[in-house]
Structure formats: C-alpha cells, structure tokens
Design a protein around this ligand. Structure first.
Ligand SMILES: Cc1cc2nc3c(=O)[nH]c(=O)nc-3n(C[C@H](O)[C@H](O)[C@H](O)COP(=O)(O)OP(=O)(O)OC[C@H]3O[C@@H](n4cnc5c(N)ncnc54)[C@H](O)[C@@H]3O)c2cc1C
Length: 584
C-alpha cells in the first residue's frame, strides 16, 4: 500500500537534496524530501561558496542570496592563505586566495553579480531547506531510504519511519538520490563508480577557542600547518580552518589510512590543537571530533531511467578547492528545470538524458582536480626539505637552510615561492568554478566552433555565449539607472531570449513559438530607450552576436542557442531549436 504519492522524491537534505527541493518547489513541482536523521548537517563541513553557487541562490531569490551573505564570512576575510610551522610559530609563506588578489578580484567582479564567501554547511543547509519547505516541499525527517523499484510510470520507494519503526512506501514519478558519499541509491541502481574510495585518512576536530591574536591581522579561512607528519594521509597538510572569525575552528589532520582510524577523544583533540596552534597551554571547548576518508571516485553514469544521483553520491573527493557542496548545488540547477519541464508536459523524457551527458564530465573533472590539489602540496614540502624522512633535527636543519645568504638558500627560497604560487590551482581556480560548458542534445551549436581558451582554463573564467556556456554577466540599466545583471534577466525557471535593436522579430517569434509549445519564453531587447540599456557597452562586448542577433538561454542560465543576426524565419529557427532542446 502506498503511503505518500508525489512527483519527485528526494533522498537527503544535504546541499544537493535541499537545493533540489527548493528549486523544484520554485518551479511549482510537488516534491518530498527525506533525511534519515532528525535534523540537518551537525558539522560545518562545506564552507567555500563560489560565485556560480551564489548565482543559483540568487536565482532562487535575492532574499535567499542576501540571507546567505548575512550568515557568511565575507570574501575580504578569506584570503590570506597562510603556510606556517604553527599559528604561533614561524610563517613560511602566504598567498592571496579566493579572489582576494587584486587581479583575481577584478576577474571575480567582472564575472558575476555575486560574491564568493565562506558559508559553513550548518548555515547553507538550513537556508536551502527553509526555502524549500516555505515554498511547498514536504519534508520528512527521521525517515530512512531502504530500497526502490522502478516501474514504467514511476518509482516505488520503501523507507523506514524511524520514529515509529514502521515501513513507509512512497510512490513518485522520479527519484533523486542525494544521499551522499555512501549513496545507497547509486548502489541499488548499479551506477558505475570509477576510482577509489578511502585513499587517505583524515580527522576533523571542531572546537571553540579565541585565536584572534594569531590570525586577526592576517585574515583567512585556511591556515596550513607544516610539521613533520603533516603530509601523511589527509588533505595534504595540517589545517586550521576558521569556522567563525576568530573563535570557532576546525582542525583537519591526517592519519595513515593503512592503520586503524584513531579514536579522537578530548585529550587527543587538545593535543592536536595545541600542536597546530603552537600554544602548549591552549584550552579548547571541544564541540565534536570524527574521522573520515579521502575519496577519489566519481559516477560514470548519473541516471538510470527515472532515477538520478547528484552531489557526493555522484562525485566523492576531498574538500580541496572547496568544490563539493558547490558542485552538488550546481547539479541540482542542471537537473531540476528539466524534471519540471517534463513533469509539466513541456518536454519529452529525452531531455532528462542530458543531465547525465552534461554533468558526468563535471563529476570526473572536479574529482580529478580536488585529488590533484592534494598532490600539489608536495613541492612545498620538497622545497623546505621535509620529504627526506622523519628525523626532526634533519627536517629543522633543511628548513633553516632557506634562511642563508648563499646561492643554494636563494634557490631553495625561489623553489618555495614557486611551489606556493602553484597552489593557485587549489585556492584561486576561478576557471574551475565558472567555466563549465555543456555539450548535449539540450544544446544546439549549429556547428559553431567552441572558442579556444586564451588563458589557463582552470585559473581564469572566459566568458562566451557559445551554446553550452553559462551566459556572461554584464550590468545593464533600467529607465531610472538601476543596474541588473544579464543573469537577472534570465533563469527563474524560464527560457529567455536576449536580442538588441533590430532584433524585435525574435521577440515576436519567441511569443509565437512559446504559445505553440505551451511554454513561456521570456525575451528582452537590450538597447537605448528599451527596458534595459547597455550604457557601458559591456553586454555588446560580451554577447558575440550582432544587435539583430539573439542569445537563447535555458532556465539554468546556460546558453542553448544563438544567432549572429536576424534570420529569414525566426519562428522556424526557434521552433527547430526549442523542439530539439526539449526533445519533442
Ligand atoms: C572538512 C570538509 C570540508 C569541506 N569543505 C567544502 C567546501 O569548502 N566547499 C564545498 O563545496 N564542499 C566542501 N566539502 C564537501 C561537502 O561537505 C560535500 O560535498 C557536500 O556535503 C555534499 O552534499 P550532498 O548533499 O551531496 O551530500 P551530504 O551533505 O552528505 O548529504 C547527504 C544527505 O543524505 C542523507 N542520507 C544519507 N543516506 C540516507 C538514507 N539511507 N536515507 C535517508 N537519508 C539519507 C543524509 O542524512 C544527508 O541529509 C567539505 C567536506 C569536508 C569533510
């Protein structure tokens, strides 16, 4: 007997599940989300929140975006990435990170209307979850997914109601497995997972202590501690991570994965904290401690029939580059409008295949990037002479050697500078965060060549309206001079067409084709005396088509087609393109 019926059942209220619930509710789709626990994340795992994720929050509503900033540590306090012997000990190096270097900051400001920030998962999850529930999501806590069965017209999922101990049967048209790194949904669907789980051991120690005197003058979210043993297991180095400035902290320290995981009790936690902070008298208020493993695995297939996986269920990797929760939320943004279109009868089920085609390469890319970042600490240890065994006196002598006035010391210093600068690929990889370009049947390129990257694609975002890329951001202005990002003109669950003066026939075509297909295709003419004016010329520089051309944008803000100029038959073109994208 079926207890609950819904359109989409979501397993998990983490960043992936909660954002899916919020987006689906925003699109008017009935959904139920469950979590086996009685509440949301109880530790602040994810924190680095990149601009693309903030754009998803902004799409949910400027109130949602603003609330995130309210609880976040602002970008300016994120960036003095410090490498040191301990917080109280000698500083070894530093690099500006997370878009705070002046050159990087300019790129951030030019790329998006949003700002990167540090928002611990303990704040992000409640924000997304509250948004979902207040917009229609039905949430059930203490409800554990056990199994599911796919049928031709839906999915029947068996859960355990942990409050009553009884089974609960939920019938849905689609099922999303957002159930984290040990995903049972992925396992039950036999989705192929490439790579390895448990390649390194790590412990988290969450505590309160006022460390202002060590850090307030060099504000950062991450303080990297280089001590003997710091490169064993874990995320490449010992880490003291700011949770709240400057009195709540998370230490991440590695352990040898080939040994049993240590039991982190109050004594061990205090010892590790004292060692990394460098204060033998330090007293901490221990909030929690746990061990976890570094994974290097990604799903090669993200869906099967009516079942989809996303977030850590699909990509399992270390926190390096801060990509986990960000990518999870971005997975949702890709899938949810597609589910909504199909459920509203506006698209064929074929559209759903594009989720796998578009997001599986991203899963592989970010897992590879995050694991590579761990290895890229190696040159720092090498430059300091910390790799030749565990003899502490020897290590100390090697590190001291860099302070000499001889050529060898200078070479050592320059190797250290280069090794630290190279960590830009972890701590300031704006391209990894913003350059995602999709290729699938839900994108129509009309054989236009993809523009080559002119700078390092991992470090630098390169705007383009080439179909598949996210629409570039430019400020345009309304009649009273108020500014709006081009990203604000699109999204919100709708397709949007942007054109310029002379392209009005595209707008007519968008209305005609939208009416014929039973969907709304929003449109804007950007130009003088129009609702939005490109006073600065930035949009004209970014759009890569002429005034009479058009850029068609999907609900997830990715360009899906463009035309360089007005065509002979705009309606026929839009009908062809929309039919292909919507798999009609
Ligand atoms: C120390 C650390 C730092 C990190 N820093 C960052 C960072 O800076 N930026 C970043 O983007 N990411 C970071 N991450 C990664 C981030 O935490 C994860 O990528 C993110 O939580 C994944 O979200 P998710 O929703 O896919 O899964 P999860 O957050 O793991 O959520 C899974 C959900 O599924 C539920 N669930 C599981 N099984 C069942 C079941 N059988 N029945 C019902 N419910 C179930 C769980 O209760 C939970 O609600 C970090 C991780 C760690 C450990």
């Amino acid at each position: 007997m079926v207890d609950i019926t819904t359109d989409v059942l979501i397993i998990g209220t983490g960043p992936a599940g909660s954002s899916s619930a919020a987006l689906l509710s925003n699109y008017g789709i009935e959904n139920v989300v469950i979590n086996r626990y009685s509440w949301l994340a109880n530790t602040p795992r994810a924190h680095i929140t990149n601009q693309r994720t903030m754009e998803v929050l902004r799409d949910l509503g400027k109130d949602v975006e603003q609330e995130a900033y309210l609880f976040a540590t602002e970008q300016e306090l994120m960036g003095e990435n410090v490498f040191c012997e301990s917080l109280a000990g000698e500083e070894i190096g530093r690099m500006k990170s997370w878009g705070t270097h002046p050159l990087s900051k300019a790129e951030h400001l030019m790329s998006s209307p949003t700002l990167m920030n540090d928002l611990p998962q303990t704040f992000m999850e409640p924000l997304l979850f509250k948004t979902a529930c207040s917009r229609g999501t039905k949430a059930r806590m203490s409800t554990q997914y056990l199994s599911h069965m796919q049928e031709d017209d839906g999915v029947t999922t068996t859960c355990l109601d942990r409050m009553t101990g009884k089974e609960l049967i939920i019938r849905s048209k689609y099922l999303i497995g957002a159930d984290g790194g040990n995903s049972l949904v992925a396992e039950h669907e036999n989705l192929p997972i490439a790579g390895k789980m448990g390649v390194g051991g790590s412990m988290n120690i969450l505590f309160k202590a006022d460390l202002s005197k060590y850090v307030a003058h060099r504000p950062s979210v991450l303080y990297w501690v280089m001590q003997p043993g710091a490169d064993v297991g874990g995320i490449g180095m010992g880490l003291v991570r700011m949770i709240r400035p400057w009195n709540e902290w998370l230490i991440v320290w590695g352990y040898d994965i080939n040994e049993p995981a240590p039991v982190v009790d109050q004594k061990m936690a205090t010892d590790v904290a004292r060692q990394l902070v460098g204060d033998p008298e330090l007293e901490i208020e221990l909030l929690s401690a746990n061990t976890w493993t570094v994974n290097d695995a990604y799903a090669e297939q993200l869906s099967s029939g009516r079942v989809f996986i996303m977030g850590d269920a699909a990509h399992r990797h270390p926190p390096s580059n801060g990509l986990g929760s960000n990518t999870s939320i971005q997975d949702s943004f890709n899938l949810c409008w597609k589910l909504a279109s199909v459920l509203k009868g506006q698209a064929g089920e074929g559209l759903l295949d594009s989720y796998d085609t578009e997001r599986a390469p991203i899963a592989k890319q970010i897992v590879t990037r995050a694991n590579q970042s761990i290895g890229e600490f190696g040159p720092i240890f090498e430059a300091l002479g910390m790799t030749g065994g565990s003899d502490i006196d020897n290590i100390k002598a090697n590190m001291d050697a860099r302070c000499g006035a001889d050529d060898q010391a200078e070479a050592q210093r320059s190797a250290l500078n280069a090794a630290i600068a190279f960590k830009k690929y972890e701590f300031d990889a704006h391209g990894v965060e913003m350059n995602q370009r999709y290729r699938s049947d839900a994108i129509v390129t009309d054989d236009q060549d993809e523009p080559a990257f002119t700078k390092d694609a991992e470090l630098h975002y390169q705007p383009t309206t080439w179909p598949g890329a996210r629409i570039p951001h430019a400020w345009v202005f309304d009649a009273i001079g108020g500014k709006h990002s081009t990203l604000d003109l699109v999204g919100g669950g709708k397709f949007t067409l942007l054109t310029g003066l002379g392209g009005e026939a595209w707008v007519e075509a968008a209305n005609t084709v939208g009416d014929a297909l039973g969907i709304e295709i929003a449109s804007h003419v950007i130009g003088p005396r129009q609702a939005f004016v490109d006073h600065t010329g930035d949009w004209a520089r970014e759009r890569e088509v002429s005034d009479t051309g058009c850029v068609l944008v999907r609900p997830d803000q990715h360009v899906c087609w463009r035309s360089d100029a007005l065509s002979d038959d705009p309606s026929a073109d839009l009908t062809r393109v929309m039919s292909a994208i919507l798999a009609l």
